[in-house]
Design a protein around this ligand. Structure first.
Ligand code: IPE
Ligand code: IPE
Ligand code: MG
Length: 253
């Protein structure tokens, strides 16, 4: 067993890990290849990390696969990514199902080509009864899009008389986000050396621990995931309190 894996305290796993899978393009370029070659190899990392999370018993994994802003990339790359998405889902859905993994998507599905939407719908349906790892793909997603959408829908409910503005609390808002059914991520990982959120889960990451690594996404494997989890477990999560308050409450537990 890997030494890093042994260091993980299974009783204190993050329930929800979110990952910004970045660096496919640079990885490909470094090998003198086309950017799509990088995306293609990134799929192997997805497979490996999904497996790693399922083996550990992580309950939720959210993967940022395509942002609202990524639509502005060259058409050739966008088309290539969409094709890769369709073919990957088709290839992987049975293995997801066999491993009791349920697929979810968050994002603006209206933006996706019909073929991708149909493939996704089938995969969501196929895995809907699975109770193991909940795999959430963020596709055509951005935090600002999500918040705007939530505000619009809340306004509609108010206008229709179903919701009293005075009754709106954090719980209500949370229910109107795409992630209403999921707990907030405790750990957010970004690969490839960029130190930013890039419009990912802006509301949900409020108290997430952030972990950045220089490893490019196509090189990211279970060992790298374990390293991030070990790092996470070494942190003190204070939620605005003092360190003493936190240690006291753990001692008294
Ligand atoms: C992440 O890799 C994948 C997507 C955003 C779809 P990039 O394509 O952003 O790779 P870099 O950042 O250009 O290296
Ligand atoms: C964020 O990566 C989006 C995904 C990984 C899907 P980007 O590569 O698009 O982010 P920026 O442009 O570097 O901020
Ligand atoms: Mg990038």
């Amino acid at each position: 067993m890997s030494q890093l894996l042994e260091k993980i305290d299974k009783s204190r796993l993050p329930r929800h890990i979110a990952i910004i899978m970045d660096g496919n393009g640079r990885w490909a370029k470094e090998q003198g290849q086309d950017r799509l070659f990088g995306h293609f190899h990134g799929v192997e990392s997805v497979r490996n990390i999904v497996e790693g999370c399922a083996e550990l018993g992580v309950e939720y994994l959210t993967l940022y696969a395509f942002s609202t802003e990524n639509w502005d990339r060259p058409e050739y790359e966008v088309m290539g990514l969409m094709e890769l998405l369709v073919s990957t889902i088709r290839k992987e859905v049975e293995s997801l199902d066999k491993n009791n993994i349920r697929l979810h998507v968050i994002g603006d599905m209206q933006m996706l080509p019909e073929s991708a939407r149909a493939e996704l719908k089938e995969a969501l349906d196929f895995t809907k009864d699975n109770t193991g790892l909940q795999l959430i793909m963020a596709l055509s997603y951005s935090g600002r899009w999500e918040l705007l959408n939530a505000v619009k829908n809340i306004a509609k409910e108010v206008k229709a008389g179903h919701l009293d503005p005075e009754q709106i609390d954090q719980n209500t808002l949370q229910q109107f986000l795409c992630t209403g059914d999921f707990p907030d991520p405790e750990l957010m990982i970004r690969t490839s050396g960029e130190y930013r959120i890039s419009n990912f889960l802006l509301y949900q990451l409020a108290y997430a621990e952030l972990y950045f690594t220089n490893v490019r996404w196509p090189d990211f494997r279970k060992e790298n995931l374990y390293e991030a989890i070990v790092d996470f477990q070494g942190r003190e999560r204070r939620y605005g309190k003092t360190s003493d308050q936190i240690t006291e409450s753990t001692v008294n537990q």
